[in-house]
Write a protein of this length. Structure first.
Length: 95
């Protein structure tokens, strides 16, 4: 009697699993970078909140900026390739 092979996992399930793993790694990176910066913007020193629900204004939300973009080979989940910025400094970094 032959052993039956299980059906291959559908591509959409594999893709969804991969996306959840990336989101979890990104969230972990955000927490590490936020803690390393002391909860402040690394450019202007403004105190920031990591969670949107805790912030009273858009400028209080921590933005995680990638120093080397993913398009240029940088990693979004490497704490050494990211920095914590306020929304104003993050806009200036991209202009």
């Amino acid at each position: 009697m032959h052993a039956t092979n299980p059906k291959p996992t559908p591509h959409r399930l594999v893709k969804a699993r991969r996306q959840r793993a990336k989101a979890k790694a990104r969230k972990s990176c955000r927490a590490v970078r936020y803690a390393a910066s002391g909860g402040c913007c690394e450019h202007c020193g403004r105190p920031l909140k990591l969670n949107v629900s805790e912030a009273r204004h858009e400028l209080e939300i921590a933005n995680i900026h990638e120093i080397v973009s993913r398009a240029r080979g940088g990693s979004a989940i490497d704490p050494f390739n990211t920095m914590t910025l306020c929304a104003k400094c993050h806009r200036e970094a991209h202009s």
